[in-house]
Design a binder for this molecule. Structure first.
Ligand SMILES: Nc1ncnc2c1ncn2[C@@H]1O[C@H](COP(=O)(O)OP(=O)(O)O)[C@@H](O)[C@H]1O
Ligand SMILES: [Mg+2]
Length: 248
């Protein structure tokens, strides 16, 4: 069974075809990178997987999208999203609640922890997984606005992990981070893939080379190639991929 299996996917927004006949296979326990120029449909593709696309006005989805063997349109979207964590490009922790509560709320809402002590355990576990625990353990009651951008992004990762997802969607999670924080996140992801499947939108071929098992190239709504990262990034014969790599 694949983590994500997409066949003949077309997405229309206000009548415009944004994704075109997309077919994709994401094996479980891998890191799968999606690359492509701005506007090629990367974020839209992620939104189809967790059905955030339902919230886009005038969007229409056609084709088959299966997550862990189940058609995403055969299940309740809230239940689906509990199994799929997401981290966005701009760190967006809730600013008016504490570092602790940002993670605790996710644990509670998803039902991974109920009692106070369970929640406390999941919060520490998630913050450790996100490699943030040591930096915040003495100020868990501070608001996240006191954290650096890189720390906030790791907090968002911890928040996503606290719901114990089976799949993690990351939309350019390190685009605004310095190299040190980028490496920390990459290290975390590499360890996490033993437990979950990670789909990572990235602009950085170097990042894909460092951590992604597979890479797909999206261009104007179409997948132009997908396969093992090394084959795609080092030996591509595809003109579009070559152009994309030249820009880095
Ligand atoms: N909510 C929306 N309404 C209208 N057009 C949208 C919407 N979301 C995305 N699009 C269009 O879909 C295309 C792909 O966007 P997106 O998936 O965000 O690309 P990427 O993440 O690769 O930059 C773009 O042309 C964008 O303008
Ligand atoms: Mg995007």
């Amino acid at each position: 069974m694949y983590a994500v299996e997409i066949d003949g996917l077309n997405v229309y927004i206000a009548g415009r075809r944004i994704l075109k006949n997309v077919t994709l296979r994401v094996p479980r326990n891998t890191i799968f990178a999606i690359m492509g120029p701005s506007g090629s449909g990367k974020s839209t593709l992620l939104r189809v997987i967790n059905r955030l696309i339902d919230l886009v006005p005038n969007a229409r989805v056609q084709g088959r999208v299966r997550v862990l063997g189940v058609d995403v349109y055969s299940v309740n979207p809230y239940k689906l999203r509990r199994r799929i964590g997401m981290v966005f490009q701009t760190p967006n922790p809730f600013p008016h609640i504490s570092i602790y509560d940002n993670v605790a709320l996710a644990a509670q809402a998803s039902g991974t922890a109920r009692s106070k002590s369970e929640i406390r355990r999941v919060v520490e576990w998630a913050l450790r997984k996100a490699m943030l625990w040591n930096e915040v353990k003495d100020r868990l009651r501070d608001p996240p606005t006191k954290l650096s951008i890189g720390q906030r992004q790791r907090l968002c990762l911890a928040r996503a992990l606290a719901q114990k997802p089976e799949i993690l969607l990351l939309d350019e999670p390190t685009a605004n981070l310095d190299p040190v924080n980028t490496r920390r996140i990459e290290e975390t992801l590499t360890k996490l893939k033993n437990e979950i499947t990670i789909i990572l939108v990235t602009h950085s071929p170097k990042q894909a080379e460092r951590i992604a098992d597979y890479t797909a190239i999206l261009y104007m709504g179409r997948i132009v190639e997908q396969g093992p990262t090394r084959e795609i990034l080092n030996n591509t014969r595809n003109r579009i991929t070559q152009e994309l790599l030249k820009q880095h």
